[in-house]
Design a protein around this ligand. Sequence first.
Ligand SMILES: [Fe+2]
Ligand SMILES: [Fe+2]
Length: 292
Amino acid sequence: MSVHLTEPENLVLQARDVRFDWSQVPLHWIPGDPVATHLVNVLHLLLPAGEEWFVRVFKEAVPHIADDRLREDVLGFIGQEAVHASSHDGVLDHFMEQGLDVRPFVRQAEFLFEGLLGDRNLTGDRKRAWLYERISLIAAIEHFTGVLGDWILNAEALDEAGADPTMMDLLRWHGAEEVEHRHVAHDLFMHLDGSYPTRLRAMAETITMLATLWHRGHRFLMAADPVVKGRIKGGVHHLRRTGPAGLTPDGRMVAASVRRYLKRSYSPLNEGSTSQALAYLASSPAAQAALR
Ligand SMILES: [Fe+2]
Ligand SMILES: [Fe+2]
């Protein structure tokens, strides 16, 4: 349940410094539930490469922006996503130290974001079309990061299950910044292109891509986990248990948010609460550790 207070206006987006100490975080940071732990962990496999891709694409978009406010938002977005990518990289190092070798799947994520979705050495109109195409995909992906950010801020079932506080802080700090900047990618797409059919197509492609990556990523982690050793087969079908239990996002909640995205009247500002996000960011232990 989102907290709806008076929403702040004219917010300047800025990257926040954070410090995480992973040394005490157990491999199965949702105690006794490697299945749910790894459903969330798929994020860590995808985000470093995915968010570095956001940064490259948005840097390319900056010279095309004819609105000072939007340019400022995009620059703030770029700064935040760069810190997110490096923070999730820190988790991957910790997984490696615990005997969970994530490199084969990370290489696949890098191939996707640097190869398939990377620069194609195009020029002129084709270069611009490929830029706008990728921005439409990022806008659709950012719908999900905003919805997931709102979800994790309110995921009390994870606290009740004893989820590790450092991991919860990473997810909630990141989720709160996703809520804070949830309008930027959509605003950029609407400013440069704004085509409704493109928006629909990008969402269809994004759903296909994310569902495939989540399924494969979870199967990979369950097989590579040095404790589970493949005894439980991974896959997104596990969401049927973990979603209603509140340990992962619920499929019906996500589907309802997609139906809102598909409307012409969609506004990302109607997803989640900026004031709740800012309240979390003001109290995040990792942000306070960086200040010390
Ligand atoms: Fe992010
Ligand atoms: Fe984001």
